[in-house]
Design a protein around this ligand. Structure first.
Ligand code: NAD
Ligand code: DAU
Length: 369
């Protein structure tokens, strides 16, 4: 039995991880820590049994130290971060504060609690990172391996790279028992509707424009969030301390392919379920028109990485990981989740996020201001 402290547990991947872990490991203790920034939503944890939710900041060292002692934490899984590239371009400071200083605050507490106390307690600090730390690939370049040199291009990626280096340093210098995973683009339930897939689903259902950055030929490796959670579990159970593991979905797709898949899936859903037209009357699909008619080309994202691709040989060979969820099927499941959970994303889009997006790039997202 383990006692986990999960940071960023009310965000997209954190909440999916807590749900996954509770199902797989019903006897483990789980403390879910989250500052509930614009991206955090305590309701993402609704219906999960026996989770201690704590509203707090990873930079609050006294709080984290108390949680680690009171709950006898032996495993810390660190998701908390500012995670959206566009926001990091508009305002990088909070990315440094949370992703760099926040991770360092956690490392300091973990070191004091697990090492300086002299308890000799086996422990694990697992750091969740991104493939964006490796920079961008040309069309024919080999995929990222764990030894690809770091070359982050956005303030977000640079802040994650800095946090990765700190985690590594705490292992080599102090002996903290760490692992890191660098994964590709996740999709699935509870993803905040600022990222490509949930934003475009919500926009399409409202009849708003689908803003394609640049030529739309950028390539991402799409990973179903449950596969990511299973990959982290395998790293926690069998991964070698001090090592990094790349986790991918094995689904390299150009943005336009993802967007066309999304548009076609929405058209199909409306054709099969006449109730959708009544629920989403502003959608072109409600009038039998193609959702793809909402596509518009807009200015490219500054510094936009062209291609990410994951070479998952290390985690496959060492830990037996393989993604189980292909994009075609699991994108369709994901769309069904967003259709069935309209109140979840509508409450977010009608709240502070809506005014933020309108202020910052409403013209791009097609939000009526
Ligand atoms: P998210 O933005 O949906 O959630 C982040 C969560 O962290 C939110 O609940 C937020 O409230 C919380 N948080 C932010 N600052 C905090 C602080 N100071 N203290 C405590 N909590 C704080 O992000 P996500 O998509 O779930 O990503 C989770 C992690 O996975 C991040 O570290 C991200 O860099 C990494 N990652 C994400 C993806 C992806 O495709 N989403 C891919 C690779 C890596
Ligand atoms: O690769 C892992 C990373 O994936 C994570 O580390 C990040 O936290 C996560 O946000 C994601 O970063 P991306 O920038 O790749 O994701 P995003 O959903 O913002 O964009 C996906 C692609 O779609 C990217 O090429 C930009 C493009 N895009 C995005 C939006 C929001 C558009 O063309 N239009 C849009 O409106």
């Amino acid at each position: 039995m383990a006692n986990l402290l999960v940071t960023g547990a009310a965000g997209f991947i954190g909440a999916n991880f807590v749900r996954y872990w509770r199902e797989q490991n019903p006897k483990d203790g789980i403390v879910a820590l989250d500052a509930l920034t614009y991206a955090g939503n305590a309701a993402n944890l609704d219906g999960i049994n026996q989770v201690d939710f704590i509203h707090g900041d990873i930079r609050d060292q006294a709080l984290v130290a108390r949680l680690m002692a009171d709950h006898r934490i032996d495993t810390l899984v660190h998701f908390a971060a500012e995670s959206h590239v566009d926001r990091s371009i508009k305002g990088p400071d909070v990315f440094i504060e949370t992703n760099v200083l926040g991770t360092h605050a956690l490392l300091k507490v973990a070191r004091r609690h697990w090492l300086d106390s002299g308890s000799g307690q086996p422990h694990r600090f697992h750091h969740v990172s991104t493939d964006e730390v490796y920079g961008t690939l040309g069309r024919d370049d080999p995929a990222f391996t764990e030894t690809t040199p770091y070359a982050p291009n956005s303030p977000y990626a640079a802040s994650k790279a800095a946090s990765d280096h700190l985690v590594r340093a705490y292992h080599y210098t102090y002996g903290l028992e760490v692992t890191t995973s660098n994964c590709s683009n996740n999709y699935g339930p509870y993803q905040f509707p600022e990222k490509l897939i949930p934003l475009f689903i919500a926009n399409a259902l409202h009849g708003r424009a689908l803003p394609i950055y640049g030529d739309g030929q950028q390539v991402r490796d799409w990973l179903y969030v449950e596969d990511h959670c299973r990959g982290i579990e395998q790293v926690l159970r069998k991964g070698r301390v001090g090592e990094c593991y790349n986790i991918g979905g094995g689904e390299e797709l150009a943005n336009l392919v993802v967007i066309d898949t999304l548009c076609a899936a929405i058209d199909k859903a409306f054709a099969h379920d006449p109730m959708l037209a009544a629920r989403f009357p502003d959608s072109p699909a409600a009038e039998g028109k193609a959702t793809a008619s909402l596509k518009i080309n807009v200015a490219d994202r500054p510094g936009h990485d062209r291609r990410y691709a994951i070479d998952e040989k290390k985690i496959r060979d060492e830990l037996g990981y393989a993604p189980a969820h292909g994009f075609a099927d699991w994108f369709a499941q994901t769309l069904q989740w967003y259709l069935a959970n309209e109140s979840w994303w509508r409450s977010i889009m009608d709240g502070s996020y809506r005014s933020w997006i309108a202020d910052n790039y409403g013209h791009r997202a097609g939000v009526a201001v």
